[in-house]
Design a protein around this ligand. Structure first.
Ligand code: HEM
Length: 217
């Protein structure tokens, strides 16, 4: 890894292809281009709930870690919004209606295993979700709002009420990535974990498409 390239830049460059793969997954593309249904959207929110339960549970455990704790802030916390969204979208008994898809379960297992023991791995998963939520996520939220006529109920997950300037927030986050005390080997391991996180996200879209096809059959 070149010492002239900031880590955050190397990370973005080395994950560009993986990002395109996630972004263009059929299930996601259909939601974006208007072919996805409200039920498809709800199915995605459900899987997010399982993923963020693991991610934010891991954040609670990492709050005392000197490296990981720099990235952790309540401004990012998504669980209350996800639960409010699910109550609105499914109803008061939503907890009895939800289950993780196979990829979600593998993703959650990985977050639980990695985040308990390895700050760099925790940061990799934290970065892949929250920087995405603050980028394409904001655009997706606005689209879903328009398409399904949501006000704020139903898309709370995409609304970061405590982050006034997402662009600036992401710049600070990237500065923090660049300041992390990681040697080249550790930087490589963090990037590999980000690529793995992207793979889970892409495979989750494939699971969602499969579940939809099975439900229709
Ligand atoms: C249709 C779906 C998606 C769209 C339209 C989209 C769009 C974007 C855009 C425009 C950016 C650049 C923002 C910037 O330069 O500040 C971005 C960044 C990012 N996206 Fe996505 N994205 C999508 C899906 C995803 C998914 C599924 C993930 C993974 C969970 C993801 C993770 C990320 C990350 C981590 C970044 C930050 C890259 C960096 O600057 O380091 N995105 N996305």
């Amino acid at each position: 890894m070149s010492h002239l390239t900031p880590f955050s830049t190397a990370l973005r460059e080395r994950s560009t292809t993986a990002h395109s793969g996630s972004e263009s997954a059929g299930f996601m593309a259909d939601l974006i281009n208007g072919k996805g249904t409200r039920d498809d959207y709800v199915a995605l929110v459900v899987q997010h709930w399982f993923i963020y339960e693991a991610l934010e549970g891991a954040a609670d455990r990492m709050r005392r870690d000197p490296v990981a704790s720099v990235f952790i802030t309540d401004k990012l916390t998504r669980m209350p919004a996800l639960e409010a969204d699910l109550e609105f979208l499914i109803g008061a008994d939503w907890r009895e209606q939800v289950a993780p898809l196979p990829t979600t379960q593998r993703y959650v297992d990985r977050i639980n295993r990695v985040a308990a023991t390895w700050a760099g791995g925790f940061v990799a998963h934290h970065y892949t979700r929250y920087l995405g939520d603050l980028s394409g996520g904001l655009f997706i939220g606005r689209l879903m709002k328009r398409r399904f006529g949501f006000d704020t109920n139903g898309i709370g997950f995409y609304v970061f009420a405590d982050i006034a300037d997402p662009k600036e927030f992401k710049e600070v986050y990237r500065d923090q990535l660049d300041a992390a005390p990681w040697d080249d080997g550790e930087k490589d391991r963090v990037i590999e974990e980000v690529l793995l996180a992207y793979r889970f996200n892409t495979e989750l879209f494939e699971d969602l498409a499969r579940a939809k096809a099975e439900a229709a059959a």
